[in-house]
Design a protein around this ligand. Structure first.
Ligand code: CA
Length: 238
């Protein structure tokens, strides 16, 4: 990681804030800390950061409101943003369509996991900054999977795979943002918009069919991973 990056930590619990600061400083971040939601709102609107780590439960203004505010206007509309949630039920809200967070971690979390997520977020942000990569990629390739977006063709483990429209759209959406968790509701809205008779269970069914077609072992998937209680994500592989 570059040494000049500036991270904002918004967390009201001193021990967690301290731990985050320590680890982020160790990898060269300049760290700013805020413990209160209202104060955070001012900072987020006025100063650009390279990364924001944001707790959901805060005094004053909660993290989800802060996240929406950051995305709506000001200096951090596209800053990589990692949310910290206390319960699995909060994760749903974090990953709801409007929150705008890039990723989340459920407390308690290990620092190794946190640093891995931070690295992944920054890698993606760097890639997205490159003007040559602005249009969505036409070819996606991972381990034993290749996706030709224009031809809507998929090759898995060296063999062409026949996918239905939903299966292909779902795969393309997940694979275009490796490591990012999509809630079932977000997937439904993006892939099945207009279809009236679908439920979140539909997403599980299509994922299960897709895994049988593209995974080496559908029972032990390496590409389409389950984010327990929330939804799915594509493996963050280089
Ligand atoms: Ca808190």
């Amino acid at each position: 990681m570059a040494t000049s990056r500036h991270v904002l930590i918004v967390e009201d619990e001193p021990p967690i804030r301290e731990l985050l600061r320590l680890h982020l400083e160790l990898v060269g971040f300049n760290v700013s800390e805020v413990a209160d939601g209202r104060a955070a709102l001012d900072v987020i609107r006025s100063r650009p950061f390279d990364l924001i780590v944001l707790d959901v439960m805060l005094p004053g203004v909660d993290g989800i409101t802060l996240c929406r505010a950051a995305r709506a206007e000001g200096a951090n509309v596209s800053t990589p943003l990692l949310m910290l949630t206390a319960r699995d039920t909060e994760s749903d809200k974090v990953l709801g369509l409007e929150s705008g967070a890039d990723d989340y971690l459920t407390k308690p979390f290990g620092m190794r996991e946190l640093m891995a997520r931070v690295s992944a977020l920054l890698r993606r942000a760097t890639r997205a900054d490159r003007p040559a990569e602005a249009p969505p990629p036409r070819h996606l390739a991972f381990r034993n999977l290749a996706i030709d977006v224009d031809k809507r063709q998929v090759v898995a483990h060296g063999h062409p795979v026949d996918l239905t429209r939903q299966e292909f759209d779902l795969l393309q959406l997940l694979a275009s943002r490796p490591g990012i968790v999509f809630s079932r509701m977000a997937l439904l809205t993006k892939i099945w918009s207009g279809d009236e008779y679908v439920t979140e269970r539909t997403v599980d069914t299509v994922v299960s069919r897709l895994r049988k077609k593209i995974e080496r072992d559908a029972q032990d998937p390496e590409l389409i991973l389950t984010a327990w209680g929330v939804g799915y994500k594509f493996a963050d592989v280089e």
